[in-house]
Design a protein around this ligand. Structure first.
Ligand code: FE2
Length: 363
């Protein structure tokens, strides 16, 4: 049992480095239903980068781009394409958090720094995690501004909400052989516990093979699965990610909804493309997961996946990658008791793909 020496209040925000933050902000607004709430850039006296803060439910994304070619953000975008740079945790005491993780071997990117404006002050510290990804600790005790000092409120008409409520989990892809190192990092440095371990036997198909360990913090609110590729008959999706991202990074961010059918209808209407689910997936659904409250015809029509474990069931969908490189994508998840990650869907999807092949006589 790991001691919770590092109380994390939750995920404060996720920051993405992108090639064009203004256009990305409108993509997230118009397609995923986020409100654009704050801005920092040339007009606010920031000369080298521009950032937009977006919110939906308790999800907060920050999209940042470089304004100069030799900026670290520009180099990050050139190497990785658009992707997640930082996952920030809210803490009550950033000095204590940074001292604790430093003593446990964290690599410090930025020691505790204070930023101020007329709304108050926020203190942050930054450490490394896999690849070029970092974790930021944010202490915003009583800060009254819109996001962080230096940001100004932005008034942009609200889009139709997609009903996204919170971040459920964030998955990292790491190199072959590195999963245990990073699972150990989260245990040793951040005091996380291992919630689950999926072997390549459990998550392997002819098309994909991967291993995964799910790490979660002391309160169970923050869950980080860590994937590594395993030998498959074809190049796995993890290998493809590592090739196009040029190293480890965030593979997907899963967000909760209370009504996945409504969310998927809005997102499909906005042009979001999801992973295709073979129709045969639904032929064995009731046999596999038993009774669910949702309308099966609608679940099938919208391509929603279902999985069950001893605690209950979950509904999930996966988007296609949201940039030109086949790297970052999103998961939408609705939980009914299950605390799992839909591992049963991998094999079910594979079986249904085989059935389609059998029908075509190509198996
Ligand atoms: Fe997931």
């Amino acid at each position: 049992m790991a001691e919770d020496f590092l109380p994390l209040k939750g995920i404060d925000h996720v920051e993405f480095y992108v090639g064009n933050a203004l256009q990305a902000a409108h993509f997230y607004r118009m397609v995923f239903g986020f409100n654009i709430v704050a801005y920092r850039g040339l007009e606010t006296g920031e000369k080298t980068r521009a950032s937009y803060v977006l919110e939906q439910g308790r999800v907060r994304f920050v999209l940042t781009t470089a304004l100069t070619p030799d900026h670290e953000i520009a180099r990050h975008s050139q190497l990785h394409g658009d992707g997640v740079k930082s996952i920030a945790f809210e803490v009550a005491d950033v000095e204590a958090a940074m001292a604790a993780v430093k003593a446990r071997g964290a690599t410090i990117v930025q020691p505790v720094a204070t930023s101020r404006d007329e709304q108050g002050q926020v203190r942050t510290g930054v450490i490394r995690t896999y690849g070029d990804t970092v974790h930021v600790f944010v202490e915003r005790r009583g800060y009254g501004g819109v996001f962080l000092p230096g940001f100004v409120r932005m008034e942009v008409p609200a889009p139709q909400s997609a009903g996204l409520a919170a971040i459920d989990h964030i998955v990292g892809n790491v190199e072959l052989g590195a999963m245990n190192h990073w699972a150990d990092f989260y245990a040793r440095v951040l005091g996380f516990e291992q919630l689950a371990h999926f072997t390549d036997e459990q998550i392997s198909t002819e098309y994909t093979a991967l291993m995964s360990k799910v790490m979660q913090n002391g309160t169970g609110k923050i869950k980080f699965p860590i994937n590594e590729p395993a030998e498959g008959r074809k190049r796995s999706q993890i290998d493809e990610y590592l090739e196009f991202y040029h190293g480890p990074g965030v593979q997907h961010v899963a967000m909760n909804t209370r009504d996945i059918c409504a969310t998927v209808r809005v997102l499909r209407g906005n042009g979001v493309r999801f992973l295709r689910v073979p129709d045969t997936y639904y032929d064995r659904l009731t046999e596999r997961v038993g009774h669910i409250d949702e309308d099966l015809a609608e679940i099938r029509q919208l391509g929603v996946l279902v999985d069950r474990d001893e605690d209950g069931y979950l509904l999930q969908v996966f988007t296609q990658p949201v940039q030109d490189r086949p790297t970052l994508f999103y998961e939408i998840i609705e939980r009914h008791g299950s605390r799992g990650f839909g591992v049963g869907n991998f094999k079910a999807l594979f079986i249904s793909i085989e059935e389609e092949q059998r029908r075509r006589g190509t198996l």
